[in-house]
Design a protein around this ligand. Sequence first.
Ligand code: SF4
Length: 229
Amino acid sequence: MSNGGVARDGELCTTCGTCVEVCPSGAADIVGRRVTPDELIDDIERDTPFFDQSGGGVTFSGGEPLTQPEFLNEVLDLCRDRDIHRAVDTCGFANRDALRTVAERVDLFLFDLKFIDAGLHQRYTGVSNDRILDNLVMLSRMSKAIHVRIPVIPTVTDINGNFEAIGEFVAALPRRAPVRLLPHHSTAMEKYARFDMEKRLPDGVEPPSRRELERIASRLREYDLEVTY
Ligand code: SF4
């Protein structure tokens, strides 16, 4: 019991599912399921008519898909055998060799870039960005198609000099990459409490306005980058 009522301790929970079975109001649920690559490709193939119509394909996202590189590679190969376009949405914090093997199977990377300053990256994400920046350069050297995605978070990423540093870095990549601005939204805020996670964002951060996004996009375009939001 906690002050707010019955609470689940994420450290102790083994996801056995008993509370879901006994919850009288059906309020408890376990989200997610285990699948094999073959089961997943069966699901993916059902959407082939939509891919054909839209020119789309599969985006492997998460969480972070590169935490499961062997599984990801198996499914990417199955998609390639079926001529399905493959994108991977990543924060770039991945083992270099694992990323290289995944990259050989991917058509497009959606690569998040939050900070160039290592201290700020450490402060807000809990890890250094050395590996992330190195990985982005490696993918660019491999001539992979990359969309660089920058979260725009007022007072966090939208601070003096950050977007200029990112603009300079992206403009210097071996292969040009378009930039997509991702405006902050508050959808995830409630999840921090639910998953007992430390919230590193300051309180009261609001989504940026269109005008602010245009200001940032204009600044990045000064580096001769293609920028959309
Ligand atoms: S799933 Fe529910 S019953 Fe099982 S350990 Fe977690 S909290 Fe306890």
